[in-house]
Structures are given as C-alpha cells and as structure tokens.
Design a protein around this ligand. Structure first.
Ligand SMILES: Nc1ncnc2c1ncn2[C@@H]1O[C@H](COP(=O)(O)OP(=O)(O)OP(=O)(O)O)[C@@H](O)[C@H]1O
Length: 261
C-alpha cells in the first residue's frame, strides 16, 4: 500500500514519520513492525525491515555516489559487498537514473540529483537479496522524496514507489504536491495542527471542503474526463487566499528525538 501524508507546514507530517521510524524516545517502545516491537529488533534487523529517507542528508566526507548507495547494502554483508550486492546497486541506479553519476562525488551533485542518489540508497537497503526474502512486510518511509526533483523524475519516483507497494512493501511518503498524491496514493492521511483530519482513499479525502479546511485556502477539485484521478487547483473565485497561508495553532512538540538524548 502506498500511503501519502498531506497537510500544511507544521501539521506534524515529519513527526509522524519519525514516530513510525522509531526515532522519538517517547514512542519508540510502542512501534511494531509486523506485530513485533521495534525495540526487540537489533539495529541490523531493523535496517533490513525498514528504511527511512529524510529531508536533510548532508554528507561531509568525499564519498562517491556509488559509495553512498552501497551504504544501503551495509546491513546485508559483513566485510565486503558480494556480487549480488553490486548487482542490486547497479539495478537500483538504473531505476532511478543515477548510473551516470556513479563515480561523481556526492557533494558535487545538484539538489535533485542528490535526492535521487539518496532514494537509490534506501531502495538498495530494502531490496530483497535472497530468494527467501521479498518486498513483503518491508516498510519504506520517505519525507518529501520528490521535493527537489524535476517534473519527469517526480513521476518516475512516484511510479517506483507504487511498484514497490504493489510488490507488498508498505510505503509511507510525506508530500506537498496534492496532485501527485491524487494520482498515486492508495490511501491519504490528511493532517493539520498535529491531528488527523481524515484518512481514506484519495477520492474520499480529496474533497474541496476537506483540503480547503486543512490548508486554510479554497481549493477546487476538478474531475477531467480523460483522467482517472482528480486535479487540484487554487479556487478561481478566491485568489486572495493564496497569499494568506493557514494559521496553525502550534501545539507542543511532544518528544525529543533519540539522537538528541
Ligand atoms: N525537535 C523539535 N523540537 C520542538 N518542536 C519541534 C521539533 N520538531 C518539530 N517540531 C514542531 O512540531 C510541529 C510539527 O513539525 P513537523 O516537522 O512534523 O511538521 P511538518 O508537517 O512535517 O511540516 P513541514 O511541511 O513544514 O515540513 C512544528 O510546529 C514544529 O515546529
């Protein structure tokens, strides 16, 4: 299933993702993957089961793209990557269109290119390495994975995520683009002010009154005949609302991240 998390700035989307990833101390001991508490997984077991693509990924050392992507395979081998690991890296690089950057230093890439390389890394991390394992029961969490990508790669990324979901992977992606959500999501969680406004299939969530309520601006939901999904646009009758973003009631951030303990 491909679940998309939507909502205005500060709604709690990234926080929800971090809770699911087990990154927040207060909730760490309540997260289960396939029924088993995350705290009972070793770091390696957890890394084989779920991968997280965050919004920020600075790399201070001079790693090549290939090396960054191979880091995704670290939980799969002990000392050095085996032939299957290298084949998986090559295959994932083809999928995300980054093969041409393989030897380039990560820090020399553009923002969108870096984002594609990091996406490739998390794909290789979950990529089933043996016949016994599969995409089933794996979880991929992505925070605004397409934010720096150009238009074709935004769609390529979403198509890829949908394919993984079809193979049985649980994919949860935070997005700002309502139309990408409309086109690709199986399920949408709509958040505002740290609360869930609605969660359901796109047709049920992407209704004018709900999205307008969430974002604090009038949004039209069009249903063009030629498309099997709706098109969302700022309402024509109310251009003024575009320049008046939603005023959120800032709620207390509940927990300190594990990393800041
Ligand atoms: N470490 C933190 N300490 C204190 N407050 C935080 C922390 N991280 C986030 N918050 C606050 O929690 C609220 C939700 O933040 P979150 O990053 O989850 O929002 P978001 O929906 O992902 O927003 P955006 O669309 O801007 O990325 C915000 O008001 C934010 O300022």
């Amino acid at each position: 299933m491909l679940t998309v998390v939507l909502g205005p700035n500060g709604a709690g989307k990234s926080t929800l993702l971090r809770i699911l990833a087990g990154e927040l101390r207060e909730t760490y001991n309540r997260i289960r993957i396939n029924g088993r508490l995350l705290e009972h997984f070793s770091p390696q077991e957890a890394a084989l089961q779920r991968a997280v693509l965050t919004q920020h990924y600075s790399v201070n050392l001079p790693f090549s793209c290939e090396e960054i992507i191979m880091m995704g395979r670290y939980p799969h081998f002990r000392h050095a990557p085996a032939a299957p690991d290298m084949a998986i890296v090559r295959e994932c690089m083809e999928e995300t269109g980054v093969s041409a950057f393989a030897k380039r230093l990560f820090n020399t890439l553009s923002g969108g290119e870096q984002q594609r390389v990091q996406l490739t890394r998390v794909l290789t991390q979950l990529y089933p390495g043996t016949r016994k394992s599969s995409w089933r029961q794996k979880m991929l969490l992505l925070d605004e994975p397409t934010s720096s990508m150009d238009y074709p790669y935004q769609h390529r990324c979403m198509q890829l995520l949908r394919q993984l979901a079809r193979k049985g992977c649980t994919v949860v992606a935070v997005l700002h683009d309502l139309n990408l959500a409309a086109q690709y999501a199986d399920m949408i969680l709509l958040l505002r002010d740290g609360h869930l406004l609605h969660d359901a299939a796109p047709a049920e969530v992407l209704q004018p009154h709900l999205v307008s309520l969430a974002y604090g601006m009038d949004i039209d939901v069009l249903h063009p005949d030629a498309y099997p999904f709706p098109l969302l646009l700022p309402a024509l009758h109310d251009h003024s609302s575009i320049t008046q973003p939603v005023k959120t009631n800032h709620y207390a951030y509940p927990h300190q991240p594990l990393a800041e303990r």
